[in-house]
Ligand binder design. Sequence first.
Ligand code: ACO
Length: 329
Amino acid sequence: MGSTIIGTGSYLPEKILTNADLEKMVDTSDEWIVTRTGIKERRICSENMSSSDLGVEAAKKAILDAGISADEIEMIICATITSDMPFPSTACIIQSKLGLDNIACFDISSACSGFIYGLELARSFTNNGCYRKILVIAAECMSRVTDYTDRSTCVLLGDGAAAAIVSHSGDTDGIIDSYLGSSGKYGNLLYIPAGGSKLPASHETVSNHLHFMKMEGSAVFKIAVNAMSSAIKKIFERNNIHAEDISLLIPHQANIRIIQGVARSMGVPMEKVFVNIEKYGNMSAASVGVALDEAVKAGRIHKGDLVCMVSFGAGLTWASNLIRWNKDD
Ligand code: ACO
């Protein structure tokens, strides 16, 4: 008995925000952004779109890729920190937009780790056959919580969505194992101060820019490298896997220097690391999902390959998983 990914999809809005565009908005330079982060451009969703719209487009592609009919889906899990509204859940909104009814739908809030958390939840639900097919979505409109007067965060973030269909399977390949971790004591390093029950929206919260993401970048950077390396180490150890057994490492795309630091500390050569940060920046939960879909579509993952995904984000949270890819090319 096991759980496997039978289809993936992703959606990136058309509008591109380049480093040259940002040079006109804040005191920054293409040279600083590329050298310090590896990002050249990011996607920004149009005014009439929200996270659920991005998620629906990614979901439609995953359903098509899986070769199933939408009404076979028994549960929708949506990972997002930029939900359409406080409630109902973005998963319920996506359910309605997909024309589905009467299935379990809920959101999870694990920031950049959300897609791997969602895959692990789907694995738990499908492993024993209680649920047969689950749609996992990561959808983020990070541009809606970005302060475009704050050069230390606005150069990093972008919008996008990814989806995967997780299915019950008769064999033990597929999603083999996941490791999930968090440390709430670091919550104040990366957060949005207002808009929740602690500090509801007011004229003051708006004028003080408190509905935007705040981050202690260099503190987060150091913890990110350690937490991601340790998450990979833990999942390798308990599955008796070594770096050379991995066909592809798919890390969260927050900063090329974080990715290189993690690869170096794990002894994984950069040729075996999937990187698309230059095109999209950090799309929070959507980053590893989009990377997985692009890696599959680009022929970087084949049947039988062992793939390791790893992520890190607000919470602070971190997560890794091991997937023996068993979908035909
Ligand atoms: N352009 C030019 N200069 C800048 C910019 C910019 N866009 N941003 C910051 N600087 C300046 C700073 O003001 C500082 O100047 P000073 O020395 O005169 O004070 C200098 O550059 C160095 O600043 P640092 O913050 O130390 O720069 P650092 O090398 O750490 O890079 C960065 C900053 C890119 C934010 C990095 O710390 C990072 O990537 N952090 C981790 C981000 C991350 O992983 N987030 C988690 C996921 S997000 C989520 O979960 C939603």
